[in-house]
Design a protein around this ligand. Structure first.
Ligand code: DAH
Length: 358
């Protein structure tokens, strides 16, 4: 057994001296491989008498396990070391300045989403998302737009083949169905915005079959129309960067809000020009209202206890107004000259402190 002890020491030394995974594999083969020292000794057990075999078997097995464990431990060490060496080798100095002449740009829609998120984020809103493929119930019925309701025609819906849970599948015509999903997913209070893609069968200078909206939803026990007004006036002024921007709430109708309003901002259109701010004209930019109690009930929210407001606006529309982009279709043509002209520097992340874009 003295022999075995010194064999064990020699094998372990070879393992701990292995400088890389190849050498470790050689040490493993020399010990436990088909012709390895321990394997050979195991084969020898058969020739011993029963009593001796039992003793030697136990000792040999223990040694075999010890060697296997030492190999695993050394392997883990070497792998860590390989990783450390690679990390060191591939290190990137993040403090280096950006390369001059960078040619990538942030698309105006991404920039606008970032700006909207920065403003509402500051007011304590979180960002929620929902699926682009919705079913009839979420897109219409739950929002108090029953079948045959005229609002369904106005939406020029893309219907998809097939059904889900007995409901027709549609490409969502607005981001409002995410209000329903958010209210189903958790109990009030809610304070969220939903930027996302929406779809309608329409195509001209101010419509594209795929476009973007941002939805907003606030639900709690005390929120009232005054909060809705304050929040949206603040948003319009911050987004367009005009501190005293006139903002007007005009009574309107949406099935999912009661009462409902459309929001106009002040502008001038003199001498063929167009400017946002004090002037003699108004421009509609979003829809809003107090969440209809029927919508709350459709989501299992007690409308005698909770109330809130919602709003929705087209992102291309507010981007076009802010950045003077005349045709909505150009957003999706991937024309590099357009992107260079209207795009934004990639490191210029919008924030209320650092600025929200020129
Ligand atoms: N979903 C409406 C649309 O696409 C926009 C809208 C209006 C959303 C009023 C709202 C709202 O949440 O309260 O035309």
């Amino acid at each position: 057994m003295d022999d075995l002890a010194s064999l064990g020491l020699r094998l372990k030394a070879a393992i701990s001296e292995a400088a890389d995974l190849d050498q470790l594999e050689k040490a493993r083969l020399a010990a436990l491989g088909r012709k390895g020292r321990i394997t050979e000794l195991m084969k020898g057990l058969g020739a011993m008498d029963a009593a001796a075999r039992k003793d030697a078997g136990v000792t040999l097995n223990a040694l075999k396990n010890e060697i296997a464990a030492a190999i695993e431990a050394r392997k883990a060490e070497l792998e860590d070391g390989t990783l450390d060496a690679r990390l060191l080798d591939e290190r990137v100095d993040v403090t280096l300045p950006a390369r001059p002449g960078q040619c990538g740009h942030i698309h105006p829609i991404s920039q606008t989403v970032d700006e909207v998120v920065a403003i509402f984020g500051e007011m304590g809103f979180t960002v929620a998302e929902g699926p682009d493929i919705e079913d009839d119930w979420y897109n219409f019925t739950a929002l108090n737009i029953p079948p045959e309701h005229p609002a369904r025609q106005e939406h020029d819906t893309f219907y998809l083949p097939g059904e889900r849970d007995g409901q027709r599948a549609v490409l969502r015509t607005h981001t409002s169905p995410v209000q329903i999903r958010a209210m189903q997913a958790g109990a009030p209070p809610h304070r969220l915005i939903v930027p996302g893609r929406t779809y309608r069968c329409d195509y001209d200078a101010t419509h594209s079959p795929m476009f973007h909206q941002v939805e907003g939803l606030v639900v709690d026990e005390t929120t009232h129309f005054g909060h809705l007004k304050g929040c949206l006036i603040e948003f319009c002024r911050a987004f367009f960067g005009v501190d005293d921007l006139p903002v007007r709430f005009r009574p309107s109708y949406f099935p999912f809000t009661e009462p409902s309003a459309e929001v106009d901002i002040g502008c001038t259109r003199q001498g063929g020009g167009f400017r946002i701010g004090h002037g003699d004209d108004w421009l509609e930019i979003l829809g809003c209202g107090m969440v209809n109690p029927k919508v709350l009930e459709n989501c299992g929210v007690d409308s005698t206890r909770y109330q809130g407001f919602a709003f929705g606006m087209g992102l291309e529309r507010i981007a076009m107004l802010k950045y003077g982009i005349p045709d909505l279709r150009t957003f999706f043509e991937s024309d590099l000259r357009w992107l260079r002209h209207y795009g934004f520097a990639s490191l210029d992340v919008p924030s209320l402190v650092g600025g929200l874009g020129s």
